[in-house]
Every structure is written in C-alpha cells, then in structure tokens.
Design a protein around this ligand. Sequence first.
Ligand code: MIC
Ligand code: SF4
Length: 862
Amino acid sequence: MHQQRRVSLAGSNERGLDSEVQLDRTAFEPTAPSSSHHRRLGHLHEAQNAHVELASDHLAADRHGELHVVDSEPLFSGRLFELIVHLYYACIHSPPMQGELVMTVTAGTPIELVEGVYATLPERVAAGRERFGRPLTLTEKILLNHLYDPAQAIERGGTYNDFHPDRVAMQDATAQMALLQFMTAGLPTTLVPSTVHCDHLISAKVGAKIDLGVAIDTNREVYDFLRSVSAKYGIGFWGPGSGIIHQVVLEHYAFPGGMMIGTDSHTPNAGGLGMVAIGVGGADAVDVMTGFPFNVRWPKVIGVKLTGALSGWSSPKDVILEVARVLTVEGGTGAIVEYYGSGADTISATGKATICNMGAEIGATCSVFGYDDNLAQYLKATGREAIADAADKVAEHLRPDDGAVYDQIIEIDLDALKPLINGPHSPDRANRIGAAVGAEARANDWPLDISAALIGSCTNSSYEDITRAASIARQASARGLTVKTPLLVSPGSEQIRATIERDGLIADLEAIGATVLANACGPCIGQWDRPADANNKPNTIVNSFNRNFPKRNDGSALTLSFVTSPDTVVALALSGQLDFDPSIDTITAPDGTEVVLNAPMGEVLPSQGYDPGKDTFTAPPVDGSGVSVEVSPTSDRLQLLEAFTPWDGQDYHALPVLMKAQGKCTTDHISAAGKWLKYRGHLENISGNLFLGAVNAYNQADGSEYPVGVGKDTLGGADDTYPNLAKKYSEAGVRWVAIGDRNYGEGSSREHAAMEPRFRGGVVIITRSFARIHETNLKKQGLVPLTFADPATYDLVGQDDRINVLDLPPVPGRNVRCQIVKPDGSTVDFEGVHTFSPEQVEWFRAGSALNVVRKKVADAAG
Ligand code: MIC
Ligand code: SF4
C-alpha cells in the first residue's frame, strides 16, 4: 500500500465518506461518468479490479474492498467537496475514518496513477486517429490522453486547450511565490500530487558539505516556510541536498506517456522518459493544484529524425547543441520537439533527458522521446519495474505512429555529428570545438585561457555523463596530469552523488583537481561565489550546463560562458585552452611526453545499481490541517501577497515608456537571479531588481549610452535605475508600458519577471516577440502582452512618447488598437497582436488569474 495522506474536511459535505456507507451495487461502467473525467478511473479497469462498483457519485469500491474517490462531475458544479473529489484518485482504508480523504504523495509515482493513464490511452489514441484521419505523433497521443474534454476543438498552433497533468513539481526559488499564491486560494490541500525541491538557493563557494551547511543556515526561514506549507497542503518535500528538481523528477516521478508541469523552464528534462513535461510559471501551477485544468496552446510538432549512432567525443549534448544551432533560441516557440528514428533508440534515457532538458533553450513547449528499451532499463534500474511492465503493455501507444505528420522535420545523422561548444551569451551560438571556436575567439577577443570549468547540473549529471568524464580523468592522472583551471562538479541528485562516490568516480575527478559541490544548481544560476580577481576582467568559462546569458553564472558581465558536453569540459580543463580539440591535439605531461586523450567511455547504468544516498524526502503528514505556516510581517525574505486590483474598465491612455530594451531581454535581464534569489518570496524586495539587466535602447541627453539598467525619468526627475523609476511611477499612481525586442522574456519560468512590473504599475508590455512562458506569466498577472503587428513599429517608439492602448479588453481574434503619442501631440497608429483566449481575457478583467481562481473556490465553498 502506498503511503497515504488523510485530509480532514471539517464542515464540508461528507457524502459517501461515512464508514457506514451503503454501497450501491450498480456495476460500474468505466465510460458512464462524464467523458471529461473517466480517465482517472483507469486504474480501476484493470483485470484484478474487475468487480468495480459505484458506492456513490464519487466513490467506487474495488474487489479488495477499498474505496476509491472518483471524479464524475464537472469541477465547481457544487460545494467544496466537489473540489476535493477532484483528486486523481484517493484510496480510503477500510474502514474509512469519518470525514477523511486520503491522498497519495510519496517519493515516487504510484503504479495506480500510471495504470490509470495507460487504461485510457488505447481508446484515446484510436479516437484521435479517427478524428484527425491520419497517424499520430507521440505528442498528440499523450496530449489527447490528458485532454480535459476530449470533445474540445483542436488546431495545431491555434487552439488553447485544457489538460489534466498527472503531477506538479516546484523548485524552491519559484515554489515560494507559487505557494504564496496557492495559500490565498482557500483550499485545504493541493488536488494533484505535487512536490517541492530545494535546489536553487544553495551557493557554491568551498565544496559540498560546507556550502550545504551555510545554505541551510542562511535560508532557514525559507526552507521552514516551504517545509511547513508542504506539510499543510499535502505536498512532498525534497529538502536541501536532495538534488536538482529535474534529476530527482527523472529518478522518481517521470513515466512514459505521462504529463506534468513544473515551475522551472527545464521541466522538459522528463521528456527523456517519454513524458510531456512542461515548464510553467507559478500561477499555472496554482491552477492545477487547485483543481483547474492546465491551459496551453495546442502545440505544433517539430520532428527531429535521428539516424546513425553517436561515437567518439560526440554525445547527446551535441544533438541539442546542433538543434539549437538550426532552430535558434526562438525556433521552437509554440512547438513540442519530438525525437524519433533509429538513432533515437541508440541514446540512453539520461542522454535523452539531456536533449529534452536543453530544448528550453530553443523556446520549445517541451521535447519528448518515445518509449524504448533504454527507458525500460532506466525505469528498472531506478526501482520502477512495475512502471516498465505497465509501459511494455501499451508500448505501441508510447511511440509515434509510422507516417506521423510533423510541422517541420530536422534530420540529424549521429554518425556525422561532431562535438560542439555553444556561446558565449546565447545557447544557439554554435561553434565546432577546436580550431573553429578558436578562430571565433580570436576574431572577437575572447580569452582563450579558460578561467573555470564546470560539469554537472540538471542538464548533464547522469551516471553515464560522470563515467565518461571520469574515464578522461583516469587517463590524465595516469600520466600525471591535473587540470589547468578550477574544475567544479555539481551532482544532479543525492542518488547520483552517492553512486558516483561509491564507484570511485568522484575520486577519479578529484585526482585531477576537481572540487565537488553540493547537489544543487549553484554556479548554474549565479550562486557561485568566485574570488573577485577571477571575473573582474573578461574571462572564459566552459561548462556542461544549458544557459549562458551574460552574468548567469557568477554575476559578472565580463564572464564569457560556453556550453558543451561534460567530457569535452574535462578535456578543455586539462588543456586549459578554449580551442583544444581532444580528438587531435595533445597535452604535455609533467615528464615532457605528449598525452593523447582517448575518446570517453561511459557506463549507462551502474552495474551495482544506484545507491540512494541519504533520505532527503519528507512525505506530508497524515493530517496537515493543524500545521501552521508562519510568515513574519518583518521578514525580508517572505511577504504575504495582496491581490492585484481588477481592471477599472478604462482604456490605457498616455502611458509613459518606463523601459525600451535593445536586443536580448531575457528573464535574467528583467529579474536577475544570483544574489536576488534570496528575495524570491518577497515581491516588494525582489522588485528592487526590475529591469536591472536591460540594455536601454535610447541614449542619454549627451548622446552617450545609458548604463545597463538605467533610464530617463519621464516624469521630470534625474536619470535613475529602472527599479527606482518604477517605484517612483507607481507611488505617483502613474501606470506605464515597457517595450521589448525579439523573444522578450526568454529563459526562466520565474513569474517574478511578470509580477514585478505588475506590482510597480506596469500594465502593457509591447515587443517584437515573446517567449511562451513569459507571455503567459504576464497574462496571468493581469498585464497585456502585445507584439507589434509590424515589427518596424518598435523603432518608432521614442523616449518621451506616450502610448495609448484602446478598445480594451483585448478581443480574441482581433488586434488591439494602439497609438504612439509624440511629445508634440501627433499620433502614430499601430496594431498590437495578442494571444488572449476568452478565458484569459477574464484574467485581465479580474486583475489576475489568481483572482479568478479565488473567486471560483469561494463560490464553490458556498
Ligand atoms: C534557470 O535555469 O534559469 C532557472 C533558475 O532554473 C529558472 C527558474 C528560476 O528562475 O527560478 C528556470 O529555468 O525556469
Ligand atoms: Fe538549476 Fe541550472 Fe538546471 Fe536551472 S538550468 S534547474 S538553475 S541546474
């Protein structure tokens, strides 16, 4: 029996939950309840549960005498009880305790949940083939099987559709805001299995042990908050030291054919195990945790056909570096990238996860691989034989159909794929390793000397990755070589750390001079405390991470970051030079001989099995209702949220331009990480970083460029930083607009990049284009994201101009009428393209999506 959670429903309708319940002996028909919910009864269809009987509208008993809460009524049709029974399933012990539901939240995905998903898969796939009249992609199969209402209209890249994800995962830097929002919704528990992972707030300075201890101390208040909120609302809690969210999810929760959302843009990592796993802002997570569907545009499907097999120094990382080269940082926007072909089956599950992980860097909704023997082996090696067995039974539905139709196809011959190194400043800036990147570096004055090398992170810290890296290290130490630059290792999880330690791989890396950091994000997210003399000048770093925006790793804009595979990073660290090509160049050993490094050799899975390491998971208590969640009013780390005000029904007139960004304006530019991560639970304090990284498109009065993050006070004061200006405008009651260039909001899922402008009086953001998650985050917080119908209009917006945004609210299917008002009063008309669906317009009217949720929960509770 899985770990159970009991939730008291004081004062709610306890229909059917009495231990005296008289079972209605009507035979249960799986398809009889409302079509939108029968999927969740799937686990009751299995042969061993043949005698399923309905006890009430909401309860079914299986032949073991266990009652299952089922969901046969549309959400919010009645009282709070209807919300609670919206659980995917909940097993009630026999005899049930009065007034209690039991929800499963464990350190793994229960087989019943997986079987529930698989039970409806064949019929949903068959119906989908019939509906579209053609073979299906894997993406379509998974999405169809998670559709809230199978009758919904579907158009690739067109319709917004509602889905039921199987799980929600949140990391500590985004969970704070997500859970602060959830707390205001008024529910006693989350309604979908959810987990919190403490990984982002740990700084890397000295090494694993000390850094972890310091983090626990400095972040105590936040960890205590997350731990108690998790306990109160039935959320599984992975404490500091457990590892990076995506690695932990891959090891414990992901399963082929599943669907999940996570408050982190690299959630798609789980696509390596055949899951549609989508990165979202916290407000999306709140929707799902409160029982609402997840709403996203039905994606286009980009097919990446892989043939051949990787060899030598080429690795899975090179596949995604190549895809990034081809598609660029916005080429995946609005699409799910599906990998298929004979080459796909030659890549390990963890290698596939690396590829899917970094799909975030091309803006894809997510990426996915089909089920194959590699996935089965990984599931078995991580203790999930039952899931592998269940997947085997529906294997044909967990791969694309022959003849599946893709919107675009990219073909990659793995036999011919050569190692790449992408950067600096943009993950799609691809260079061949060796002479090619050397030539680029010389042309651009990038230092060839490497100042630091880093491996691991959520992207590349599998057992296979570390064995490959260690195989290079062993060759080097056998010849007396050590690294010529600091080499830092971030294990992806406690399980990986324990396993590589047991198998002597950490020792191999330490023998060439590596330092092992905590199982956390650390240097990948600016939590890297480097000595000042390392980065106060232009310097080159190489790493096996995914993102390389300026300031990303150590907060210094002078650091040039290149991403590549872990094996290449280790080889470069041994040579110390960016233009080293390990397949042809040699390194001089201390004895004067030349060392040729042989291509890395990896082991896909540990032959002795994984060592789970320390137990870092805390299941929520049986009854969380008594748990109190403290947020001190004087805290500088946490602040309870106040609802944003609803739209006042008026058009927006004469909005000053607080900021017009030139070039890349990622979420790191809008709301920096690094030292600001500590304010992720305090909206007011974190608003102190608003647009600090943005490059002002205008010049100062004397014609010189503004410093980064500084702009003009159009209300008449002196030039100031954007956060100071925003505060000043909002205190003066002046609403404002911000202007962005292409792919505005690229990168992180952090909704702070949308909440901060909203908190400081921003109402409209107009750009040449948006990154998906950020555009949704803006809508969720009640802002109006618009793109210029004619991208050239961007150039027409002057520093002292005002913007009118008219005929609000946005009408789906119609552009928004806008005007630039010049200082002399003349106007330039332009159209703003928007993507609001009718439902999203309600978010705007209400002031935020959360305001809509709050109202519906309150209405449902009577
Ligand atoms: C990132 O890799 O940029 C982060 C830090 O993990 C972010 C999440 C955050 O900003 O907290 C992401 O990828 O969404
Ligand atoms: Fe953490 Fe970096 Fe992965 Fe983001 S990309 S989850 S910061 S390791």
